[in-house]
Design a protein around this ligand. Structure first.
Ligand SMILES: C[S@@+](CC[C@H](N)C(=O)[O-])C[C@H]1O[C@@H](n2cnc3c(N)ncnc32)[C@H](O)[C@@H]1O
Length: 229
């Protein structure tokens, strides 16, 4: 299995994933509902499912006869169970999950961690039924490169430099449409979400704080610390 920088063994990772669920699940559920494809009897696939909160919701939506498959490199932080929820430990870069078999394929905050994005997207698309829908939600941090004041911009530039060193692409969001188009998938719909720097409430603040903790733990002398010191 490939290395994932923010491994599930890290202290507080369960809490960080819980915060992601709290902050991002409503937006992902809204996009899925708009697709109008997840109904009783449907088959869904979530890759990089983290704690499994979205897959548990999908399992409820497709019950009683459908199936929700949840895939991750590491299933140890999954805290949900359902009769029609199937958990699989797998690497999306290696192969499609099940060829041409899912009505919905979704991944959130996963592809920016993947070394071979083209292979991963190819495998996600190959897992879709011909009339299925794919929903990818990934960060686009480009706006932080012009953040004001300069001290805040320096912080974010340091963060981005650190992430590049660790193989994380926080600007992948804007590349997804052309990458999907290259796979000759059908219609594409882009829905830019809120800026990553817009911390709206306590959960946002705690989430950013947790990420900062991750940066410090994983490499105590990073370009990020140099930038903000
Ligand atoms: C930042 S977490 C996001 C979790 C969840 N999707 C969310 O948004 O709350 C990234 C997840 O992707 C998984 N992951 C990373 N690379 C993967 C790969 N090549 N194949 C499958 N899962 C992967 C990690 O183990 C982790 O659970």
């Amino acid at each position: 299995m490939p290395e994932y920088v923010l491994g599930h063994h890290l202290k507080g990772e369960g809490k960080r994933l819980a915060l992601m669920s709290e902050l991002l699940d409503p937006m992902q559920r809204r996009h899925i509902e708009e697709l109008d494809i997840v109904k009783p009897g449907a088959r869904t696939l979530e890759v990089g499912c983290g704690n499994g909160s979205i897959s548990a919701w999908l399992a409820r939506r497709v019950s009683p006869d459908g199936k929700a498959v949840a895939v991750d490199l590491d299933l140890s932080l999954i805290d949900v169970r359902a009769p029609n929820l199937e958990l699989r430990q797998d690497d999306i870069v290696a192969a499609p999950v099940d060829r041409r078999s899912f009505d919905l394929v979704t991944a959130r905050a996963v592809l920016h961690h993947v070394a071979n994005v083209e292979a991963a997207i190819g495998n996600l698309v190959a897992s879709l039924r011909p009339d299925g829908a794919i929903l990818l939600i990934e960060p686009d941090f480009l706006p932080v490169s012009v953040a004001e004041p300069p001290e805040v911009r320096a912080f974010w530039n340091g963060w981005l430099a650190w992430s590049r060193e660790r193989g994380i692409d926080y600007q992948i969001g804007r590349t997804l449409a052309p990458r999907l188009a290259a796979t000759r998938t059908g219609g594409l719909r882009l829905s830019p979400s809120r800026p990553c720097t817009a911390a709206r409430g306590a959960a946002d603040q705690i989430y950013l704080g947790k990420n900062w903790q991750r940066v410090r733990e994983s490499n105590p002398c990073t370009s990020l610390e140099r930038a903000v010191s």
